[in-house]
Design a protein around this ligand. Structure first.
Ligand SMILES: CC(C)(COP(=O)(O)OP(=O)(O)OC[C@H]1O[C@@H](n2cnc3c(N)ncnc32)[C@H](O)[C@@H]1OP(=O)(O)O)[C@@H](O)C(=O)NCCC(=O)NCCS
Length: 210
């Protein structure tokens, strides 16, 4: 109980401190943004609305000119890095170890997580208990597969990116897609699981040549 109270007080204090620092460092931060942990870097020109950023277990870096709308949730394992000028619409969730390139557009409700629940280690054991039964370093070794996304990528509304996928620069992920495999540069993918529909203008030849 006291621990929880302390967490809430510390989170508020840290958020006020981070948001206040923005006045001097040239970024804008909503006073009701929620911050946890202290490994958060926000560069000048960023704008953070009522988002929740948890850097208790890893670094979060927002490069200059990023824009995070209300309801965005980022929690880091190792590192979450958002490239310059990338925008995250309402309720985007980013978990784990994720690198997002520059100038990307993430539509509402996009879900990107480099980890998953432990569901296949202990026969017959409930999933909730499997997670507790695995030491944290073992969990990270087996269940954290970093996600890398290139520059100028547009991710449509409700899309889900599975652990370990790499999305090439200039790609488009369609609305409601579930991305289970790597996406080539400039490809337009959609569906469940996501398949290549086409290539963006100017990227067809590059991929044909390979
Ligand atoms: C992926 C996308 C960019 C493709 O647009 P497009 O190139 O104009 O594609 P088209 O509309 O010509 O569709 C081509 C084919 O793909 C299918 N398709 C398009 N988008 C799809 C999607 N999200 N899921 C499944 N199939 C899709 C179409 O039904 C069509 O199939 P058909 O040839 O059998 O008729 C677009 O459909 C999309 O999903 N945009 C994201 C919208 C969004 O999230 N907006 C939020 C604003 S930030």
């Amino acid at each position: 109980m006291l621990r929880r109270l302390w967490d809430v007080i510390w989170m508020r204090f840290y958020a006020v401190w981070v948001c206040g620092a923005g006045l001097f460092r040239g970024y804008r931060c909503h006073p009701f943004a929620r911050m946890k942990g202290n490994a958060l870097t926000i560069e000048a020109g960023c704008s953070v609305r009522r988002a929740a950023l948890d850097s208790s277990f890893g670094n979060i870096r927002l490069s200059s000119g990023c824009w995070l709308n209300d309801g965005v949730e980022i929690s880091a394992i190792s590192e979450v890095r958002i490239g310059r000028g990338t925008t995250l619409q309402r309720n985007v969730t980013i978990n784990g170890q994720v690198g997002l390139g520059e100038g990307c557009l993430l539509a509402p409700n996009v879900f990107i997580s480099s980890t998953s629940h432990v569901h296949d280690r202990f026969p017959g054991m409930p999933i909730r208990e499997q997670e507790g039964a695995l030491p944290r370093d073992e969990f990270l070794r087996l269940y954290n597969r970093p996600i890398l996304i290139g520059d100028d990528v547009w991710i449509g509304v409700n899309a889900v990116l599975m652990p370990g996928v790499q999305v090439g620069a200039h790609a488009i992920i369609g609305a409601n897609a579930v991305v289970t495999k790597n996406v080539p540069e400039g490809a337009v993918v959609a569906g469940v699981p996501a398949k290549i529909l086409d290539y963006r203008l100017g990227f067809e030849e590059k991929n044909c040549a390979e």
